[in-house]
Design a protein around this ligand. Structure first.
Ligand SMILES: Nc1ncnc2c1ncn2[C@@H]1O[C@H](COP(=O)(O)OP(=O)(O)O)[C@@H](O)[C@H]1O
Ligand SMILES: [Mg+2]
Length: 289
């Protein structure tokens, strides 16, 4: 078995507000993220996804339990740099993550702050921009780019730190469909071709369906964990925590409710179409679907 690059061991967390301690936001989360995997985290608004993400590179520390990043306890403040170098974080709004007026300067910003030598920075910046498909925009002004392009620049900025894992908190939430697709393709390429571990927090079912593993959060707890096919097959369970399922699963589920013997895990459009085709050709008796 591969090692866990992140491991949260029964973590609990509450925000402290002016009125005192707010309700429990993380309520005993134990989760291992295997090195090299692509894990999606899905959950209703307020279920604790962003709070969990912030525990993954020591932006927040648990009030109970322990988080390990590459075996390092995130509460060990002497190791903060090692933790931040291992796990990079990408947030929802690309505008808040861009700091320079030229794309390549923006990507160089973090490694420069780490004291990486200039020739090494040049190499890393070029490499990171190529990895996200934005190399030809290296001399452009970031604020003139589309949302999706800006988000890919933000991802390049994280990649230039050469993290082994990136945690992305709803990175496509502010993007149009083209920008969303480009960002998702970039994330998958980083995982598949470079072996970067990816934790993708999303509320898009179609994005979650593309991960190797899908974790569902509700009220600060992990309520489902498995392959997307396994997790989405539990239609009632997901509906109970306020989530919908992909349209393919919904269609198959309704057919099942109507008494048709179809599998619920034909998740991709192709598999679903194949299932319907099979059903139609196996039941040519004129029964309407
Ligand atoms: N900075 C904060 N101070 C107080 N409460 C917060 C803060 N951030 C989030 N919360 C509360 O914690 C809960 C979980 O929030 P969050 O982790 O952002 O969930 P999600 O990302 O799943 O929408 C929510 O009830 C939210 O209102
Ligand atoms: Mg959130």
């Amino acid at each position: 078995m591969k090692n866990n690059i992140i491991y949260t061991d029964d973590i609990h967390f509450s925000y402290t507000t002016a009125e005192g301690v707010a309700p429990v936001v993380l309520d005993g989360v134990t989760l291992g993220i295997e090195e090299g995997s692509f894990v999606a985290v899905l959950g209703h608004n307020g279920s604790g996804k962003s709070t969990l993400a912030k525990h993954m590179n020591a932006i927040l520390l648990p009030s109970g339990g322990t988080v390990y990043v590459d075996g390092i306890d995130t509460a060990d403040d002497e190791r903060l740099m090692d933790i931040r170098r291992t796990v990079g974080m990408v947030f929802q709004n690309p505008d808040n993550q861009i700091v320079a007026n030229v794309v390549e300067e923006d990507v160089a910003f973090a490694p420069e702050n780490l004291g990486v030598p200039p020739e090494e920075i040049r190499r890393r910046v070029d490499d990171a921009l190529k990895a996200v498909g934005m190399y030809e925009f290296r001399e452009h002004a970031p604020h003139l780019l589309s949302g999706g392009q800006k988000q890919r620049i933000a991802i390049a900025g994280v990649i230039a730190m050469q993290p082994r894992c990136i945690v992305l908190d709803e990175p496509t939430a502010m993007l149009d469909p083209i920008g969303r697709a480009d960002v998702l393709r970039t994330i998958k390429t980083l995982n598949r071709e470079r072996g970067v571990t990816v934790v993708l927090i999303t509320h898009h079912m179609d994005e979650a369906a593309q991960a190797d593993r899908l974790v569902v959060m509700a009220k600060g707890k992990v309520v489902a964990d498995g392959t997307p096919k396994e997790v989405f097959s539990d239609v009632e369970g997901l509906k109970a925590v306020g989530l919908t399922v992909p349209q393919t699963t919904q269609l198959l589920w309704e057919l099942r409710q109507a008494g048709w013997d179809v599998p619920l895990d034909a998740l991709s459009d192709e598999e679903c179409a194949q299932t319907l085709y099979y059903l139609l050709t196996e039941h040519p008796s004129g029964k309407s679907l």
